[in-house]
Design a protein around this ligand. Structure first.
Ligand code: AMP
Length: 364
């Protein structure tokens, strides 16, 4: 058995914190395995809530609602890393929460996360904490420009970031963050970006999917391709680094680590997501157990499923906004799988769905 705890019985109830598309796909996987799902999400009419047995619509700091939610669940997980640590800690006093508050709290703050990564003997881009303009000016003397200013918390899809080019006025970049605590990072001249998505069971068993090559546009993931077309040694180093991170967090569930790869194969950890990840969506159509299946299996204490790709080539493309959505519905072909998130409003740049293209069988 995979879990270091007793396995959940079929038909048990899984609580998911967060109601976006990741929660929806987790709920669909959990449903296929016979679990009931309850979603906690402050926004009404959310993608996950509409496929779950229940949606608790309450603010993150509503203690009574959190307690009632815990009572109704056998295990609680999250699809969104900006759940307040205090809410997770309250839930932990009532029911198992997997992954736990350690995974969440060490990855919510970019400065804390980077120090944690460095303490593990892994590399990141050069960075410094920025609380004011003096900090920023001093950091730029060391790090140089171009550089990227990023909010320490709550940033996603390139939001809360400002680039600083040589001769830019750093005060202007800092003003765009509206006083939020930040870090400044040296700009990495990378050859490519890759990520490793893996599942860790309660007993420390690791199942890692193949590293994925990711292309971002305007800070938002555009495509994820497997194989990543990197040297074997680089792929092995990325999997080893992600495994080291998962063990150090005592993580239970799926975790993703994004890397910059330099010419020559040096890898730098960019970001850790303590949850299922957009760059792992290809696994739904290429692997016997998708990242969503394996997350559910891990938190349920069930054995992890097979992570080998069944196809020689897989590409996942995000569908952003209305136009991409309409095009994909009309154009998707027989070697493509279309996944839509049921979002009511297709704002520009919003992730509405994704399209996975598979080519060829995997030779073993
Ligand atoms: P992040 O939200 O930190 O993952 O940033 C989103 C994307 O912006 C990354 O995937 C990169 O494409 C780009 N980016 C972020 N930080 C850096 C950096 N230090 N150097 C170069 N590109 C970066």
């Amino acid at each position: 058995m995979s879990g270091g705890f007793s396995p959940l019985a079929p038909g048990a109830t899984i609580g998911i914190l967060g109601g976006g598309q990741l929660g929806r796909m987790l709920a669909l996987s959990a449903g296929a395995m016979g679990f009931d799902v309850r979603v906690f999400e402050p926004e009404a009419d959310c993608p996950a809530g509409r496929v779950a047995a229940a949606h608790v619509c309450a603010p993150w700091d509503d203690e009574a609602a959190l307690k009632a939610f815990a009572q109704a669940c056998d295990v609680v997980t999250f699809e969104f890393e900006n759940v307040p640590g205090a809410s997770l800690r309250l839930l932990e006093t009532l029911k198992p929460v997997r992954p736990g508050a350690r995974s969440l709290e060490l990855t919510q703050d970019r400065a804390v996360e980077k120090r944690f990564v460095i303490d593990l003997g892994l590399e990141t881009a050069p960075f410094a904490v920025v609380d004011d303009l003096t900090d920023l000016a001093e950091a730029l003397l060391v790090i140089g420009a171009p550089a990227i200013l990023k909010t320490r918390t709550q940033g996603y899809d390139g939001k809360g970031q400002a680039r600083i080019q040589p001769f830019d006025d750093p005060a202007e970049a800092l003003a765009t963050l509206e006083g939020r605590p930040a870090i400044v990072e040296g700009f990495v001249d990378f050859a490519c970006e890759v990520s490793v998505v893996l599942a860790r069971g309660g007993d420390g068993e690791i199942a890692a999917y193949a590293p994925t090559r990711n292309v971002h546009r305007d800070g938002i993931l555009s495509t994820s391709t497997v194989p990543a077309d990197i040297a074997e040694a680089t792929a092995a180093a990325a999997v080893e680094a992600a495994t080291r991170i998962a063990h150090a967090l005592e993580h239970v569930g799926v975790l993703a680590v994004e890397f910059f790869v330099r010419d020559g194969g040096q890898i730098l950890v960019n970001e850790i997501a303590p949850r299922v990840h957009n760059s792992g969506h290809w696994t739904q159509d290429a692997c016997l157990a998708s990242q969503f299946d394996n997350h559910v299996r891990a938190i349920a204490g069930w054995p992890l499923g097979d992570v080998a790709s069944r196809h020689a080539h897989v590409c996942m493309e995000n569908l952003l906004g209305e136009e991409a959505l309409r095009g994909a519905v009309l154009l998707s072909g027989p070697d493509q799988a279309l996944h839509l998130y049921g979002k009511r409003e297709a704002r520009a740049g919003r992730k509405m769905g994704h399209l996975v293209t598979v080519r060829g069988a995997q030779s073993t």
